[in-house]
Write a protein that binds this ligand. Structure first.
Ligand SMILES: Cc1cc2nc3c(=O)[nH]c(=O)nc-3n(C[C@H](O)[C@H](O)[C@H](O)COP(=O)(O)OP(=O)(O)OC[C@H]3O[C@@H](n4cnc5c(N)ncnc54)[C@H](O)[C@@H]3O)c2cc1C
Length: 422
């Protein structure tokens, strides 16, 4: 059972991505007790899965490391991974919350020696890499995971493999007596920073995602390019492991479409431009073609767009691709549509296609939770009439990390005001 003493002067932050981490740090550094909960076995959210950040193209782990250090140094923050809210009731200044923690089967004695993983034979799909590779059922979520601790998948509990993991651990860190626990909290304000999910690309049937191996999504591209990804950072075609020479990016794959996501996710154009730099870094001769409705570069990142446009190997074509078909023998992909600038038909073949799919906000999904407001697309709106629970980051709008950090800071201030008012 977690030993957490909180009062209605404390703040609960749900979601350990950039927004939630920022809210938690800002509130704690202002002197408030904060409990941060994250459903994954590690903090960092989607940012931990990115290879580089636009516009500077630096590794996201630098930014995360600084924040983890701030957290370690601040006794006002308690954080829990593999944790979710199961009940939330009350009102501004006085909430009762139940938190469920799922068993990790590895305790704090873990030194990350990896012996449990060596001993374990069962493999599972790697959730961090969107199932593009497999990992042992006793695994470290990723090399920079915070907390740096192994996890054991529940599927091996009670099996011979579980016994092997237990015997392999010299430190008494593997613990199959761990069970699901629930603990109760009292808090004065809640920050909902549960972020986003990638839109289900298979719903955009005419692009063949899930059917054609060489059609991937933008967030999968981040993993393909990452040194700790499924191909150790080498961008290779999923169907045959070949180096790519000619890659298409389809913008608004499901976005700005009444049948899917009617809104613009704001960052997808920049993400695809960034992906062309990943390609060019590895393959100086690789061609990249971006098919777009219109380019949106968050205003202040127009310079990044201009920089990418100067690359002679990157072509921008104004076109909504209508259909993709696969050559079954080669795995190549034929894209068809219309060039909306010239009116000409587009019929072009590529080795691999990256779908720029949008972001779907994670809403509060709890029975009997206090009422909060959402806009027509499901994004959280901070309604002054419903103060006490505040959205931060991509639950409020699809956006980049810099804006998520600003938003996390703003939500911390709002939460502090809720406490001060009561
Ligand atoms: C392909 C792609 C590339 C991108 N590249 C860049 C880039 O280069 N530069 C840039 O600035 N931005 C980039 N972004 C945007 C960036 O990913 C977001 O700005 C960032 O993830 C927002 O952080 P967040 O904390 O709001 O959400 P998230 O990163 O989604 O974090 C939310 C966290 O909450 C957790 N959570 C969810 N539900 C619950 C729950 N019920 N209980 C507990 N925890 C929960 C999640 O597990 C997650 O850890 C990119 C986005 C995409 C799609």
């Amino acid at each position: 059972m977690a030993d957490v003493q909180t009062t209605n002067q404390s703040i609960l932050v749900v979601g350990g991505g950039m927004s939630g981490i920022t809210s938690a740090l800002e509130a704690a550094e202002a002197g408030y007790d904060v409990v941060l909960i994250e459903k994954n076995p590690y903090l960092g959210g989607r940012v931990a899965q990115l290879y580089e950040y636009f516009p500077k193209l630096c590794p996201p782990n630098c930014g995360l490391e600084i924040n983890f250090r701030r957290m370690k140094l601040n006794p006002k923050i308690r954080f829990f991974t593999m944790a979710e809210v199961t009940r939330l009731s009350g009102q501004e200044g006085d909430y009762d919350v139940s938190i469920k923690i799922s068993p990790r089967y590895v305790n704090e004695k873990c030194t990350c020696c990896g012996k449990c993983s060596e001993a374990c034979e069962t493999e599972i799909e790697n959730p961090f890499n969107f199932g593009m590779d497999k990992i042992k059922a006793a695994y470290l979520p990723h090399e920079f995971a915070f907390p740096m601790r192994y996890v054991i998948d529940p599927s091996i509990v009670g099996t011979d493999d579980a016994k092997k993991c237990l015997e392999a651990c010299e430190y008494g860190a593997v613990d199959f007596d761990m069970t699901e626990t629930i603990f109760e909290l009292k808090v004065g304000a809640v920050i909902w920073a549960a972020g986003w999910e990638p839109y289900d690309a298979s719903a955009v049937e005419y692009y063949g995602f899930g059917e054609y191996k060489n059609v991937i999504t933008n967030i999968m591209m981040e993993r393909l390019a990452s040194p700790n990804g499924p191909t150790k950072g080498k961008i290779l075609r999923p169907s045959d492991g070949k180096e790519v020479k000619n890659v298409a990016f389809i913008q608004c794959a499901g976005s700005r479409d009444e049948n899917h996501l009617p809104y613009c996710s704001g960052i997808c154009c920049l993400a695809s431009m960034k992906h062309t730099t990943y390609l060019r870094e590895q393959y100086p001769d690789c061609n990249a073609t971006i098919f777009f409705i219109d380019i949106r570069a968050l205003d202040r990142l127009e310079d990044f767009y201009n920089r990418v446009k100067e690359d002679e190997k990157v072509t921008f074509i104004k076109s909504k691709i209508a259909n993709i078909t696969e050559d079954e023998k080669t795995g190549d992909l034929l894209l068809e549509g219309e060039n909306t600038n010239t009116g000409e038909q587009v019929r072009m073949t590529f080795d691999m296609v990256v779908l720029a799919t949008g972001m779907v906000p994670n809403k509060i999904n709890l029975e009997d939770a206090p009422d909060v407001s959402y806009d027509e697309y499901g994004f959280f709106t901070n309604d002054p009439e419903k103060a006490g629970i505040y959205g931060a980051g991509c639950v409020r709008r699809p956006t980049d990390v810099a804006s998520s950090v600003q938003d996390g800071t703003a939500a911390a201030l709002k939460a502090i005001q809720s406490i001060a008012r009561r």
